[in-house]
Design a binder for this molecule. Sequence first.
Ligand code: XUL
Ligand code: MN
Length: 344
Amino acid sequence: MSKFRFSVGPWNVHEGEDAFGPAVRKSIPFEDKVKKFKEIGISAVQFHDDDAVPDMNNLSEDQIKSRAKDVKSLLDEYGLEAEFVAPRLWMDPHTSDGGFTSNSKEDRDFAFWRAQRSVDIARTLGCDRIVLWLAREGTLCQESKDPVVGMERLVAGIDSILNYDPTIRVLIEPKPNEPIDRSFCPTIGHVIALARLTAAPDRVGGLIESAHAILAGLDPAVEMGFALANKKLWGVHLNDQNGMRYDQDKSFGAENLRQAFNQVMVLKNHGYGHNGEYIGLDVKTMRTQKIEVCYKHIENSMAVFKLLEKKVETFDIAKRDKLIKARDYEALDYYTISHLLGVE
Ligand code: XUL
Ligand code: MN
């Protein structure tokens, strides 16, 4: 049986709108999603700040905490935990030029406010992880932001979270593009270097999303290995992606099974999960799906992960080592493929 615990966000069951067409499914109430998550074997829910407290800009700080308490009661009722809270620093008009790196001081102050409210919400939900997907922290017009100043502002934003709560942890989720053109923090290497510039490097780590690594032209398992070697892999968003297109958030393993196998292998072989980390999914329901079958991408992703765990367990290490010794990597290539196909 899998020892891993899975998490997912309410946005992973969405209405199907995209940049070219409207919603195709009705909204499912949050409580119904939570109930279904529990039923299908999810252990924790991932939150944006306003997934937990909608309309939070118009609420006082006490009201925000009190709404978050209701969400915590709901999670308790269904026996689910909260994995993290991520400030949504990309939807509001105040964030059209970015959050922490906006050229407007008023907008940067708004981003600080939202980030600190995310900490309040996280604490109320019983978790100590803030995820920063830095959606608009970068440039559309390169000359609009000095890259050094951009980094300094990013660090100031992260510090505003670290200083607000002395034990909160920040997980940066890098992505090279979309919606921003040139991101200030495109890969896990950047995340780890950036962590060193903050007020509390030990409390800044990373969350790697498979699709984001692929969009950077990199291999997700190698990126995960880099973070694990640095003891900085505190979260993952497993999914899949067909090459260098828009961010697709496909079901885990749906495009490249061997790449998925290698992600499971590096996570399993290097103690991921031993400090309470979740196997987070960030998968999007296909627009074709009817509402009755709009959780299948989550169920399938978990099932594929577990099947690949078995493949890792039955991967013949002695055979691998023998082939490595003989430097016969063609044979190792073939063995891996035939193992995945169920032949060996
Ligand atoms: C965007 C993305 C986000 C973050 C959470 O590409 O992956 O859903 O995971 O804000
Ligand atoms: Mn993600």
